[in-house]
Write a protein that binds this ligand. Structure first.
Ligand code: RTP
Ligand code: MG
Length: 138
């Protein structure tokens, strides 16, 4: 059944000029881009997005990184979108990511790993609502 997931092209990938190449891989994999925009987050806005990790040792590094430059948040749609996008994205650590995955192709380290993807239906709903409002999601 058709499902929506949420993704971000992170600051490292935007800075390196990989945005178009990543979008091409996403469309090649069968995802429809429902919504996309270019924005910059404050550190507080990054902390709100990643609040589930607020007790983790890497939280300060993560929110500093996510607010370090422009990002492209987006909403993607296809059958089984959440699980299929996690597969396309690859492991959190690019050194452990399978060949052909976005993180294998475009990421440099566990901290600067090029893309985000929602991990469950509830997180996708929260994350889509964090960045997009109803009229942007036609
Ligand atoms: P994401 O949420 O960004 O899609 O990544 P993920 O599900 O694969 O990984 P998650 O466990 O949710 O971690 C969120 C982000 O935190 C950074 N991280 N750094 N230094 C570290 O040990 C470490 N561990 C995680 C990564 O950028 C990861 O994407
Ligand atoms: Mg995650």
């Amino acid at each position: 059944m058709s499902q929506r997931t949420f993704s971000i092209i992170k600051p490292d990938a935007v800075k390196k000029g990989y945005t178009a190449a990543i979008l091409a891989e996403i469309e090649k994999a069968g995802f429809k881009i429902v919504a996309i925009k270019k924005i910059g987050l404050t550190k507080d806005q990054a902390a709100g997005f990643y609040y589930v990790h607020s007790e983790r040792g890497f939280f300060d590094e993560l929110t500093t990184f996510m607010s370090s430059g422009a990002i492209f948040p987006m909403v993607l749609e296809k059958d089984n979108a959440i699980a299929d996008f996690r597969k396309l994205m690859g492991a959190t650590d690019p050194a452990k990511a399978d060949e052909g995955t976005l993180r294998k192709l475009f990421a440099s380290s566990i901290g600067e790993n090029a893309v985000h993807g929602s991990d469950a239906e509830e997180t996708a709903a929260f994350e889509i609502g964090y960045f997009f409002t109803g009229y942007e999601l036609k």
